[in-house]
Design a binder for this molecule. Sequence first.
Ligand code: SUG
Length: 446
Amino acid sequence: MKAWEVNFDGLAGPAYNFAGLSFGNLASLKHAKQKSNPKHAAKQGLAKMKALADMGLIQGIIAPHERPDLQMLRRLGFTGSETQMLVKAAKQTPEIFLACYSASAVWAANAATVSPGADTLDKRIHFTPANLQTLFHRSLEPALASDILHTIFKDEKHFVHHTPLPKHHYFSDEGAANHTRFCQDYGSEGVECFIYGRHGINNSHHQPKHFPARHTLEASMAIARLHQLNPNKVVFAQQNPEVIDQGVFHNDVIAVGNMNVLFHHEKAFLNTKVLYDDLNRKMSDGQIHFIEVKTAECSVKEAVESYLFNSQLITLSSGKMILIAPAECKNNLRVKQYLDYLVQSDHPIQDVMFFDLRQSMKNGGGPACLRLRVVLNEQELAAVNPAVFINDTQYARLDRWIEKHYRDALSADDLCDISFLTEIRTALDELTTILNLGSVYSFQKN
Ligand code: SUG
């Protein structure tokens, strides 16, 4: 059956900031407390969405989360008016205050794991929002992520929404950042490949020494069961703990797959040979094309700095496969040299396009982090909330909305200001009308 891979990109919110919240994510730590530019963050992301839509892909958008998370502050014992709560939290526990203001919901690759109907027993699309339980600021996301996904994918005939996995270290789940689906064409049954960072139950297995492995085998296995995947079409493999210690906090920082291609660094996996064999054996209808980048061509450090593997690998309607890479890859001489070689050589990746996503990159989020992939056939596509698709009209409305509501500079001092809170709410309230989301934010329900 004909189907399309649709990218749903997170949009940076009006409070987009750099708080240095992600231990193990080198960019987040490096840019902590710098002044951010929320307007640029949103416009850079929207420009990428528009460019992909203009290339003929179907492109969706996922609304920003409500920040600050005042409900969490109240749950943690802060009292008084909203301003009083913010001032107290900022003074008493800046870490919690900043977590409640976190920008991180923009990285939609961590919002959920999604299995297309072609892979599932009941032929419906299954969504499991990631519990993101390893880092406190990210653990605030699953409830609203789930509500937003419900507003986009409503029809139970086509879409199944599971509850996030239990918030326990056995089941640490970071969503689609650690999940890739291989197929010959999007509409036929694929092989779903889950990459985990550690074993949740038996922790004597390989583990990184310095930085957290955020995703467990047990989480991936639970999702494969929930999504009713055919065990003969599922592969589990472990990330190389050494690369996690070098800043590869999600597998999508070191590998990307699309259709029958896996593009990755030679150090990405603990046992590359076993992974190749498993994937090829389970891809019964053809082999996978592995593009393994050697350390001599690009070191892990260069990969983490440039986010080469956090590119999106997309297939245009002509069948041409291209890499959507961050501009940092163009500015890194060795990475650029490698890409020049790649597109000229006998590989399926035929072209590279570079995008300026500097604001997102400063928090460790490249092109692939920003999008959640959902494969949809014609009926499923027709059942999606149409207001979330990017076309010329929606793009122009969103661009005007950003222009009107977003600041072009934001520092930590601005975050306690009650007028900023009002500004954010006015913007988000208007957005729910543009995207036809209903009253999805808590301030709209009170
Ligand atoms: O979880 N950064 C995110 C980046 C997520 C990137 N996503 C994927 N690789 N799919 C993270 O580390 C930083 C927020 C801050 O420091 O303010 C942050 O959460």
